[in-house]
Design a protein around this ligand. Structure first.
Ligand code: C2G
Length: 136
């Protein structure tokens, strides 16, 4: 069984996220998603999410190609996660290209092309939602 691991915030889940997760799963048999916690988003990623962790987790778990969702609480946990969950491949979008090459010591590292035309910030701006009136 080939095990794949990836990480992200996955807030306002959209088809760019789905494309990434689907392609990640297609690289193996079992897909683990490290989902950024609310605290990690606020304190380290400077991201204000619309949905809290539990809702974002529920949405990901409802996807047939996601097998396990674990909390991502810090930048450093990837190495221990790869060992703990016996991941064979680390996958992430190519906006991170090169940033996680140190993981090649532990598993294969794959950067997949992002879906270029969609992003959460684009959705919010198209809906006329700006950061000032974002949900606290
Ligand atoms: N993504 C994509 N196409 C988009 C938007 C996102 O392929 N149009 C991918 C990203 O490259 C990432 C995943 O979908 O692999 C989740 O995106 P985000 O929630 O924005 O993840 P990010 O904030 O980049 O968090 O430790 C790693 C970080 O937690 C990654």
């Amino acid at each position: 069984m080939k095990r794949i691991i990836t990480y992200g915030t996955y807030d306002l889940l959209h088809y760019g996220h789905i494309n990434l997760l689907k392609r990640a799963k297609d690289l193996g048999d079992y897909l683990i998603v490290g989902l950024s916690t609310d605290e990690f988003n606020t304190n380290a990623k400077n991201k204000k999410t619309y949905f809290p962790y539990e809702v974002r987790k529920q949405l990901l778990e409802s996807l047939r190609f996601v097998d396990l969702v674990i909390p991502e609480e810090n930048w450093e946990q990837k190495k221990t996660d790869i060992v703990k969950y016996e991941a064979d491949v680390f996958v992430i979008g190519d906006d991170w290209a090169g940033k996680f090459d140190e993981l090649k010591e532990f598993c294969e590292v794959v950067y997949l092309p992002r879906t270029p035309e969609i992003s959460t910030s684009k959705i919010k701006s198209d809906l006329g939602i700006n950061s000032s009136n974002q949900k606290e």
